[in-house]
Design a protein around this ligand. Structure first.
Ligand code: GDP
Length: 714
């Protein structure tokens, strides 16, 4: 077998948009025009091929990212082909493989967005032609900025009442970037939207046939001639700025060939210096194909992106930094970017190959977890079917069926050439809730559901107490947990009682202390005897728990040391101040005693636990609260209100900056003050403010807050 497409004919892209801009419809039309799906499915009828999860359809938001492959030969060439033979020739020369990585549009799923941004090379940002840039578009835009993802824009819904290309484009310039530049302008708007003028080539197109599949070149309408000329000149000026030789020719009055202009625009787009803007209406079948041409013309192949973002990792054998080339001849380097449960085949691990070849039947090393697994089956995901393949090459995206111990973000490689790529870092979950199965049967189902869901989602964690059967689940935000609970009910049929979301506090000590725990029972039969003396010492932030054994001369026999440690750990987990787990404590066992007959592991465990509780009380125990790194982006007019409100939430403003026309506020704010902030910010800024939030660290809570937590008021 050999690769079917050279790497420069790959485009790994994401459709990036806020909810409702039309991402699903655009993706669906792409699959239609590229011939993968043969039926146009309307989103509102629930038939869109990408949104196969029931829940997504109901909520109208996309919360899983699937990778879908399709093929495209630019319509620029194929629309001129007269015969099938001609078309086949063009295909052989110009057909590209496009892998679409589905990105969620909801900001609460930051981890989902970030993991997909990590594996894609370029993005199509979709806007609603009526609303233009919306607060949520700003959030997703800035996330893409963070990963320096080259982009093109598609102003969708040009057919809607109130649609305006001019207004939407200006909102991109004002709110997102001054580097956006139209490569098309619309012919008409709203119900009179007919097609587009390509202002690079200066050609006008209309979309005919049942589904707009016929692209007909028409005369540039007389009333748009001046506008088109103006945009053409602006575009050329913007392009030549990025190439000195071209600039000189242009200033010298030479006409520059379109192909040369396109090449420089491509380079500037890949370098994130220009952002070409397209328009159309996915729903009414106008413009999607030419936007796809834009994907091929302007977005990077894995080779292009490698120049600005090389594949760097750590060689596990030597500890040295290594760089891998996007090339089949290099050793295998792949990243698992999503683990999903598929209703038909079970466990699916989505991966992207960065270098080398991944082969069915071979053993790979999961270098992150340091275990080997055999690859039983590799599938290429199409929107409505999966294709079994023998191998996949550098640049490919696919899924392995049935991997057991691989989670999101793990590096997969050859066992002989172990490498770990920079891990995708996920923030610590800081909101929790209690979940209690209704029946014994539910308890079993719950266990299975929790395992599956936490395998899929690295920001979802589960802790539990096997004695009480109480289970606590942890996540990134209120909506995150709500959706997970919903999936448990729906996909796994678990009936459970669910508590209120709670901030995950912790506790620690501030002083040294000593204490003694003695557990002695002498009531008939065999007695109990356990005795431990310990010292407590506060550790640096983030050190967790350290246990030191200084027992000498067997005053406590070796077999009772571990039970004492276990007792200490259990007491730590229960906390002292308000029932939250203690952290950053060193416990030194330095003395104790035992009884020849009555001593037991159980007695020493209790003694350890008693000693810790006793000691922690006199070691100035305090409550720790999670502090969040919050970034608010808002127009200048609302800056005062936003910062005033953050201060009233015990927030510390760290910096104020400008981003385009917007102000960026960076602050540290306790999580407990941030419940309901999305609604508050929206009303405070008339919907123009947006924010992101991630965990920063645990800090000591003020006494007044500690008191409220103890009283159960916070
Ligand atoms: P998503 O939330 O970004 O995936 O957006 P959808 O694709 O689900 O679209 C949201 C709504 O906008 C649906 O009701 C679509 O039918 C509608 N829609 C999508 N594209 C267009 C368009 O080009 N024109 C009009 N008028 N409506 C559209």
């Amino acid at each position: 077998m050999a690769r079917a497409y050279p790497l420069n004919k790959y485009r790994n892209i994401g459709i990036i948009a806020h909810i409702d801009a039309g991402k699903t419809t655009v993706s669906e039309r792409i699959l239609f025009y590229t011939g993968i799906s043969h039926k146009i499915g309307e989103v509102h009828e629930g038939a869109a091929v990408m949104d196969w999860m029931e829940q997504e359809r109901e909520r109208g938001i996309t919360i899983t990212s699937a990778a879908t492959t399709c093929f495209w030969t630019p319509a620029r060439y194929t629309r001129l082909a007269k015969t099938d033979e001609e078309r086949a020739k063009l295909k052989a020369e110009y057909e590209h493989r496009i892998n679409i990585i589905d990105t969620p549009g909801h900001v609460d799923f930051t981890a989902e967005v970030e993991r997909s941004l990590r594996v894609l090379d370029g993005g199509v940002t979709v806007f609603d032609g009526v609303a233009g840039v919306e607060p949520q578009s700003e959030t997703v835009w800035h996330q893409a900025d963070k990963y320096a993802v080259p982009r093109i824009c598609f102003i969708n819904k040009m057919d809607r009442m109130g649609a305006s290309f001019e207004k939407s484009f200006n909102s991109i310039i004002d709110r997102l970037t001054p580097n956006a530049i139209p490569v098309q302008i619309p012919i008409g708007a709203e119900e009179n939207f007919k097609g587009v003028i390509d202002v690079l080539e200066m050609k006008a197109f209309e979309f005919n046939g049942e589904h707009g599949e016929k692209i007909d070149e028409v005369e540039i309408p007389a009333d748009l001639k001046t506008e088109a000329e103006k945009r053409h000149a602006q575009l050329i000026e913007k392009i030549v700025e990025h190439d000195e030789v071209m600039m000189e020719k242009y200033l010298g009055g030479e006409t520059i060939p379109v192909a040369d202009l396109r090449a420089v625009l491509r380079k500037a787009t890949i370098a994130n210096l220009l952002i070409p803007v397209f328009c159309g209406t996915a729903l009414r079948n106008k413009g999607t194909q030419l936007m796809l041409d834009g994907v091929i013309d302007y977005l990077p192949s894995p080779i292009d992106i490698n120049e600005s973002k090389p594949i760097k990792g750590t060689d596990l054998a030597t500890g040295a930094e290594v760089i891998r080339q996007p090339n089949d001849n290099e050793p295998l380097t792949a990243v698992a970017f999503k683990v999903a449960t598929d209703p038909f085949v079970g466990n699916l691990t989505y991966f992207r190959v960065y270098s080398g070849i991944i082969k069915k039947g071979s053993y790979i090393l999961n270098a992150t977890k340091n275990n080997q697994e055999r690859i039983g089956r590799i599938v290429r995901m199409h929107a409505n079917h999966r294709e079994d393949v023998e191998e996949m090459y550098a640049g490919d995206l696919g899924a392995i069926v049935g991997l057991k111990n691989t989670t999101t973000g793990d590096t997969l490689c050859n066992p002989e050439t172990p490498i770990v790529l920079e891990a995708i870092t996920f923030p610590e979950p800081v909101i929790s809730l209690r979940i209690e199965p209704k029946t014994k049967n539910d308890q079993e189902k719950l266990g299975m559901a929790l395992k599956r869901l936490s395998d899929e989602d690295p920001t979802f964690r589960v802790t539990g107490n096997s004695d009480t059967g109480e289970t606590i689940i942890w996540g990134m935000g209120e909506l995150h947990l709500e959706i997970l609970v919903d999936r448990m009910k729906r996909e796994f049929n678990v009936e459970a009682n669910v508590g209120r979301p709670q901030v995950s506090y912790k506790e620690t000590i501030k002083k040294d202390a000593e204490a003694e725990g003695k557990y002695i029972r002498q009531s008939g039969g065999k007695g109990q005897y356990g005795h431990a003396k310990i010292k407590l010492h506060p550790l640096e932030k983030g050190k967790g728990f350290v246990f030191v054994n200084q027992i000498k001369g067997g005053v406590v026999p070796q077999e009772y040391i571990a039970p004492i440690e276990k007792g200490v750990k259990e007491a730590m987990a229960r906390g002292i101040v308000a029932g939250f787990p203690m952290t950053d404590v060193e416990v030194t066992l330095y003395d104790g005693s035992y009884h020849e007959v009555d001593s037991s592991e159980a007695a020493f465990k209790i003694a350890g636990s008693m000693a810790f509780q006793e000691g922690a009380k006199s070691a100035s125990p305090v409550l720790l609260e999670p502090i969040m790194k919050v970034q608010v982006i808002c127009p200048q007019d609302y800056l005062g209100d936003v910062t005033g409100d953050l201060s009233s939430k015990r927030g510390r403003i760290e910096s104020l900056n400008d981003r385009g026309m917007m102000k960026v506020v960076d602050a540290m704010v306790p999580l407990s003050e941030m419940f309901g902030y999305a609604t508050k910010l929206r009303s405070m800024t008339q919907g123009r403010g947006s924010f992101t939030m991630e965990f920063s660290s645990y800090e000591e809570a003020p006494k007044s807050i500690e008191q409220q937590v103890i009283e159960g008021k916070k």
